[in-house]
Write a protein that binds this ligand. Structure first.
Ligand code: IMP
Length: 420
């Protein structure tokens, strides 16, 4: 790394502050080399991050962004819901690129399995909702909600099922199918689901552990460093987000700790990741959503299309109350403001400062109207860009330590002190 990172302590979490897609993958990828274990606690293949492997772009949904760093242990925690064919595909893609993660991948036996049946139920619910008054949620149709629902109503299949024999797995699936036939009037295709389980068992059985909390604890006792990669983002949290237009997991740092089975006392730093503007994919309120013309400008400059579904993202401006909310909820110790360069062409940048009568109240921040793309030093940033970042610090009381200025790993301004 050209500029050393600030001291993030033994355990650091990276958490999205808005509605996802803030660019958590890049900072995780960048920091991973300084950590020993990279872990994900929640969510499933609804997440999506692009990783460039040997010059070729790949979109990963389950494997954490830090996985490309050879020798790092990769943990998928109990709070996750895992679609096994997707995980196998990702492992194979990495292998083809010469990256083997099987010998350093740990999957919690308590994580839940996303079946094809969950995807079918997700699609069916969305179709039904789209015809009713509230409208569809706009899910990724990856079966996330139904898989978490099965977990909560205690009928879900956990990854530890892969330790059973093929005959036992078929029996488990039949028992599950009976309950789904009863509650959902849906016929689970036991034969095809069973084939997926058998294929996954062959590859993954050796990676399953039933003692992930102990494993993490022992690593920490041995002074290893742990980087926690959050999935989705704060405003999509099932408890604290914009319900019902949320995902079905706990997306805050508290959710990540719970999902991994890690005591809060270990956490030393928590990096909040927010774009220099804001996007949302799917339905739900978005107080600072831009008008069509400016939204389109942000979408094109920021390449704002979903990594998982390809859907165009809704685009708008920062909403300071949301950033403050996310900072307080997660206890952010640092900001990573991403994609600053997307705002490079603007004379003025609207920023939502408060909410009045259900609408955002705006203040215009001075734009810099000059290229910041690829800049890597605070002192090289135009004065107006420095002021914009300092404004975020003052409004949230969290230092902007990392600022993204382009897609490359190196396009990052790092500074350790406040420049107010
Ligand atoms: P689900 O997680 O597929 O059930 O989708 C619920 C809501 O969360 C939808 O609005 C999705 O667009 C959104 N969502 C889920 N995962 C992500 C993500 O990784 N990035 C952005 N939005 C997401």
């Amino acid at each position: 790394m050209s500029t050393p990172s600030p001291d993030l302590g033994q355990v650091c979490a990276v958490i999205g502050a808005q509605w996802g897609d803030e660019g958590k993958g890049k900072i995780v990828d960048r920091l991973a080399e300084e950590f020993d274990v990279i872990a994900r606690g929640c969510g499933g293949a609804n997440a999506g991050h692009t990783i460039v492997v040997q010059g070729k772009k790949h979109v990963f949904h389950l494997v954490p962004s830090g996985a490309l760093h050879a020798g790092k242990t990769v943990v998928l925690g109990a709070g996750m819901v895992i679609h096994l064919p997707t995980l196998l595909e990702e492992i194979e893609t990495l292998e083809q690129a010469g990256v083997n993660i099987l010998d350093r991948l740990i999957i919690s036996g308590s994580a839940h399995i996303v079946l094809e049946a969950h995807k079918a139920i997700d699609a069916r619910l969305e179709e039904h909702r789209s015809k009713s008054t509230g409208g569809a949620i706009g899910t990724t149709k990856r079966g996330i909600g139904p898989a978490y629902a099965d977990k909560s109503r205690r009928i879900g299949l956990r990854v530890e099922v892969l330790r059973q024999s093929a005959t036992e797995m078929t029996q488990t699936l039949h028992a599950y199918a009976e309950q789904i036939a009863h509650s959902e009037q849906l016929a689970v295709d036991v034969a095809s689901e069973g084939e997926h389980l058998v294929a996954a068992k062959k590859v993954l059985e050796g990676c399953i552990r039933s003692d992930v909390p102990e494993f993490l604890h022992e690593n920490l006792q041995a002074k290893k460093r742990l980087l926690i990669e959050g999935a989705q983002a704060t405003l999509l949290d099932i408890d604290h987000g914009s319900y019902p237009y949320v995902t079905s997991s706990a997306t805050t740092v508290m959710g990540a700790l719970q999902g991994l089975g890690l005591a809060p006392r270990w956490l030393r730093s928590c990096i909040g990741v927010a774009k220099a503007y804001c996007t949302r994919v799917g339905s739900g309120g978005f107080l600072t959503e831009a008008d069509e013309q400016r939204g389109e400008m942000l979408r094109e400059r920021g390449h704002e299309y979903g990594a998982t579904t390809g859907r165009p993202r809704r685009c708008g401006w920062l909403h300071l109350p949301d950033l403050r909310y996310a900072a307080r909820l997660n206890g952010f110790t640092h900001w990573n403001i991403t994609k600053l360069d997307v705002l490079d062409t603007l004379e003025h940048i609207p920023v939502g400062t408060e909410t009045a009568n259900g609408k955002a109240v705006y203040r215009d921040q001075q734009g810099w109207n000059t290229a910041t793309a690829g800049l890597r030093a605070w002192n090289d940033l135009p004065k107006a860009a420095q002021t914009y970042l300092s404004m975020i610090e003052k409004e949230t009381n969290v230092p902007v330590t990392f600022t993204g200025t382009g897609p490359a790993r190196e396009d990052l301004v790092i500074r350790s002190v406040l420049h107010n």
